[in-house]
Ligand binder design. Structure first.
Ligand SMILES: Cc1cc2nc3c(=O)[nH]c(=O)nc-3n(C[C@H](O)[C@H](O)[C@H](O)COP(=O)(O)OP(=O)(O)OC[C@H]3O[C@@H](n4cnc5c(N)ncnc54)[C@H](O)[C@@H]3O)c2cc1C
Length: 499
């Protein structure tokens, strides 16, 4: 029997700076595999738009592998069955892959596979993909470790090997044959390393100088942000190569994007250290405080809340599979505070919409924007104020909420204030072609605020919060212990707009 190594591609869809591939090639001939796991893809945090993106990444990956004389073998099924298939024909000496900080399902799958490979006497070698560290007991020195990882020399594409194995690969299934609900995402960006590199170079050439000034408004962010997130999530680019390329550039904006790449790993580290955070609140007092409401959830998810800036952002996200950080935060905040929906439900809905869905970042951000971490400043965004700040003339709103396109700017952020005189010209009939607001934004904000205040006043709240801070926060922040704050200024600022 021929001895081979299997390289199991997961969310590392590249040949460049791929330690697993590089190490596997050092000892034996290599068969690269990608396993499409239907049980994973049918989970509610996955979607057809993500699959279509991954499909493009896999075509591109196969081309890169062909360039070095290898062929990607696609299988639809579960990883253990796929390994068994190969052990019938080969002596599988090792399985090589990158560490994954995924959702609960992938976590369990990897635990099962660890047992399986042990029983089968196959070595499973896992390599670090991000600046995220397994089995970390403390955050002490985390930044130094991150820095070390990011400064390591990049691993070049392997030299040509010519090991085209005569095993047929399965075709890449369509979303339909994977039985995924089709969700139209007409403005989605294309997957693949080539596309990712184009985005990186375009960013460095044209955007990085003004990066910091383009982050907040959805009018500027689509062209001003790097848009690298899906390529990092699916590993078409390695975080390390992006960090090093940006550092070499030394342009205005380099520091700002570097710190965001640092956050990328900082957030994933939280889920790596405490996988339960995908579904369980950081702070136990925040557990189960919100109520499901399918009518609110549906209206929010479809961009039909009657709050124009919220609806415009959601419809834009539905169509692009991406929106900028601040608008993600506002959408989540609106669902969690004004609509008082459980973050797990609205978070799942957003996860499906994001092409860049990265569980470690996503779930910690969902909790942060819902006030359940207890260690971050609680921000209740006022969506009308956000609209005035970031889309003063209502250009973004008119693009995505066509029902409001003839509305005078004066009413664009609060159409329910329209008078009869203007109503005729605007072709708006509230309640007919655009909904009345499903909640009063100010009353619902105040109600949420009062509920949270009550919880934070419970005995022992801040003792628990300090333990959470000890575990999850960076050393710098931890110096100041959390105290009960009166009149939180940020919270107040978000509410200053009088309706
Ligand atoms: C509720 C919510 C959910 C989110 N879910 C995800 C997610 O599933 N996947 C994801 O990649 N990002 C997520 N983010 C973080 C952030 O919004 C996106 O990373 C960013 O908008 C991606 O666009 P970009 O690549 O143009 O970012 P840029 O601003 O160009 O930043 C470059 C890279 O830095 C990292 N980054 C930027 N901002 C953050 C941040 N706040 N936290 C962590 N890393 C960051 C990303 O990898 C990003 O690609 C979420 C934010 C919120 C508020």
């Amino acid at each position: 029997m021929e001895t081979i190594n299997l390289v199991w591609f997961k969310k590392d869809l590249r040949t460049f700076d791929n330690e697993a591939l590089n190490e596997a090639l050092k000892t034996e001939n290599v068969i690269p595999i990608f396993v499409i796991e239907p049980d994973l893809w049918k989970l509610p945090d996955h979607s057809s738009r993500q699959w279509e993106f991954v499909r493009e990444c896999l075509i591109d990956l196969n081309n890169s592998l062909n360039d070095i004389g290898l062929k990607l073998i696609i299988r639809v099924g579960n990883i253990e069955d796929v390994i068994k298939e190969f052990t019938e024909r080969f002596h599988v000496k090792g399985i090589y892959s990158h560490e994954e900080t995924g959702n609960e399902w992938t976590f369990k799958r990897d635990q099962d596979l660890r047992r399986f490979t042990k029983n089968e006497n196959i070595h499973w070698y896992e390599y670090r993909q991000f600046g995220v560290f397994r089995g970390l007991k403390t955050r002490k020195n985390w930044s130094r470790k991150w820095e070390q990882h990011m400064s390591q020399e990049l691993i070049n594409d392997p030299r040509r090997v010519n090991y085209f194995i005569d095993i047929p690969s399965h075709n890449l299934p369509s979303s339909k044959s994977l039985k995924l609900n089709l969700d139209k995402c007409s403005h989605r960006i294309q997957g693949g390393r080539k596309q990712g590199l184009n985005k990186l170079y375009e960013f460095l050439k044209y955007k990085i100088d003004n990066y910091q000034y383009s982050l907040s408004s959805p009018l500027k962010a689509f062209d001003g942000c790097s848009r690298l997130s899906p390529y990092l999530t699916w590993g078409c680019l390695s975080v390390r190569e992006v960090v090093q390329t940006i550092r070499r550039t030394k342009k205005r904006g380099s520091r700002a994007i570097n710190s965001r790449l640092h956050w990328h790993c900082h957030f994933i580290q939280k889920l790596e250290s405490e996988p339960e955070l995908e579904s369980r609140e950081y702070h136990p007092y925040m557990s189960g405080i919100r109520k499901s409401n399918q009518i609110f959830l549906k209206a929010w998810s479809q961009g039909l809340t009657g709050i124009p800036f919220i609806d415009a952002c959601m419809r834009s996200l539905n169509s692009h599979g991406w929106i900028n950080f601040r608008m993600r935060a506002m959408l989540m905040s609106f669902a969690s505070y004004q609509l008082w929906l459980p973050w797990q439900e609205s978070g799942l809905c957003l996860a499906r919409k994001f092409i860049d869905y990265e569980p470690g970042i996503h779930w910690t951000q969902c909790q942060m924007q819902s006030g359940t971490t207890s260690i971050n400043t609680m921000r209740i965004y006022n969506p009308i104020k956000q609209g005035y700040d970031h889309d003063p003339e209502g250009i973004f709103i008119r693009t995505w909420v066509k029902e409001l396109q003839y509305l005078p700017s004066k009413f664009i952020h609060a159409p329910w204030k329209i008078d009869l005189f203007h109503q005729d010209d605007s072709s708006l009939v509230l309640g007919k072609n655009y909904p009345f607001p499903i909640v009063d934004p100010i009353i619902s904000t105040n109600t949420a605020r009062a509920k949270l205040k009550e919880i934070r006043n419970k005995p022992g709240f801040f003792d628990i919060a300090n333990n959470i801070l000890e575990k999850h926060s960076s050393r710098k922040r931890r110096k100041s212990k959390l105290k009960k704050k009166q009149n939180n200024p940020v919270l107040h600022k978000q509410l200053t707009l009088k309706l």
